[in-house]
Design a protein around this ligand. Structure first.
Ligand code: HEM
Length: 408
């Protein structure tokens, strides 16, 4: 079983036949049923988060030296912190992501989406570079009050970091990836140590520099790469699924659809924990120190909790019960922002292009990392009908296409 490319059939078979299963190649214990995954996330005493950011493919000494020269380290701060310092650091970051601050971004997200949609030209376009790639990074920097980062550079730093820590790179590739990762860490250290204002870096001025840099390294990657992945997953899933695109004009539909994609195709498809003591999970004895791989995608498609799980069903009463943002003490701090971005971008795209279609029925190339899985491209056909014509605004056109609310 290839852990980097687990699909719905693998998850189904794991849940049914081996819900707690030690993977031979990596030694990781795969946990795939909803109730088990939730129980583990909810119990920080017996299950520690210390391995959350550990490189999946061991980093050899010469590559570690490249990182060490930049002072690189990932001490326990947020996602990987089971100690008492977690609560204060979490509070500090949460202050930038209050519901009011997030909601205040709504018009700006819509504006950023519209600017990008206006630049789209047909007949075929890829929504990943055109719409999904940099928008979440721009939004995150604005929310965090940071105005001096070069966005293409941030994307290069963060995609390299994801591959270095969650991918399966060769040693040669690890060398290549370590350089941008180290450069990012060096830049963060410099910015934090010289921070004056009240942006994220300034807010961290009383936190030890090593911890502050480690925290920002994770946050500024997790806070935008995952949303890029979600946007691609949402576009791909909706455009592939029956008539869902044409229903996006119905009130509340974009939010419901985003939730269903998070449930079925979570961009963070797995997350790790360590068993602090011997435990029995679904009848299987797991030793202390076991590295657990929680299959968040397995939980979201568990038929015991979500009937007919492969179907995207916006009316599903318990859709928000999914574990795509984790659960408990480490629940994702950016869930509200990610949801808002996906909802607004999806709706803006529908309003501008109510007749959008995938350019091909072929499955898209995928980002295949241990904990991150999403389409790398969303090639769409921009059709003639999508050019605004006469007096009909996009909203009128949408209403005509979507038909009566709730009709399916
Ligand atoms: C679709 C987008 C996203 C997904 C799927 C996602 C998923 C996750 C998951 C699975 C966790 C681990 C939760 C746990 O251990 O229980 C997490 C933690 C975290 N996420 Fe997200 N995330 C997303 C977007 C964001 C954004 C936009 C931000 C920041 C603006 C963010 C910041 C964080 C932080 C700071 C943590 C660690 C929280 C803690 O340990 O206290 N994430 N996220």
């Amino acid at each position: 079983m290839d852990l980097f490319r687990l699909g719905p059939d693998d998850l189904r078979s794991l849940r049914a036949n081996a819900p707690v299963h030690q993977h031979v190649g990596t030694g990781l214990w795969l946990v795939s049923r909803y109730e088990d995954v939730r129980m583990i996330l909810a119990d920080p005493k017996r299950f520690h988060p210390d391995n959350a950011l550990t490189a999946v493919t061991a980093i050899p000494r010469p590559v570690l030296r490249v990182l060490a020269r930049a002072g690189f380290s990932l001490p326990p701060t947020l996602a990987n912190n089971g100690t008492e310092t977690h609560a204060d650091l979490r509070r500090l970051v949460a202050a930038f992501l209050t519901p009011a601050r997030v909601q205040a971004m709504r018009p700006r997200i819509a504006e950023l989406a519209r600017e990008r949609l206006a630049r789209l030209t047909g007949p075929v376009a890829d929504l990943h570079p055109a719409l999904a790639r940099d928008l979440p990074a721009v939004v995150l920097m604005e929310v965090m009050g940071i105005d001096d980062v070069d966005i293409p550079k941030l994307k290069a730093w963060s995609t390299a970091s994801l591959e270095l820590f969650w991918g399966d790179p060769s040693t040669e590739r690890q060398h290549e990836l370590a350089r941008p990762a180290a450069e990012f860490h060096r830049w963060l250290t410099h910015r934090i140590s010289t921070a004056r204002g009240d942006d994220l870096f300034g807010a961290l001025r009383n936190v030890p520099l090593r911890d502050a840099a480690g925290l920002c390294y994770f946050l500024l990657i997790a806070g935008q790469e995952t949303t890029t992945q979600l946007l691609c997953a949402v576009f791909d899933a909706v455009l592939r699924h029956d008539d869902l695109w044409s229903r996006l004009g119905e009130p509340g539909m974009a939010e419901l659809v985003v939730e269903e994609v998070l449930r079925r195709d979570p961009p963070v498809n797995t997350w790790r924990r360590i068993a602090a003591e011997p435990v029995t999970i679904s009848g299987v004895d797991v030793p202390a120190g076991a590295q657990l791989l929680l299959m968040l995608a397995g939980a979201g498609s568990d038929p015991e909790v979500f009937p007919d799980p492969e179907r995207l069903c916006p009316a599903r009463p318990n859709a928000r019960k999914h574990l795509a943002f984790g659960f408990g003490r480490h629940f994702c701090l950016g869930a509200g922002l990610a949801r808002l971005e996906a909802e607004v971008v999806l709706r803006e795209t529908f309003e501008r292009f109510p007749n959008l279609r995938l350019a091909s029925a072929e499955p898209p190339p995928m980002l295949d990392l241990l904990s991150f899985r999403a389409p790398l491209s969303v090639r769409v056909e921009l059709r003639d009908q999508d050019r605004p014509a006469g007096g009909a605004g996009p909203r009128d056109l949408a209403d005509r296409v979507a038909g009566p609310a709730g009709g399916r």
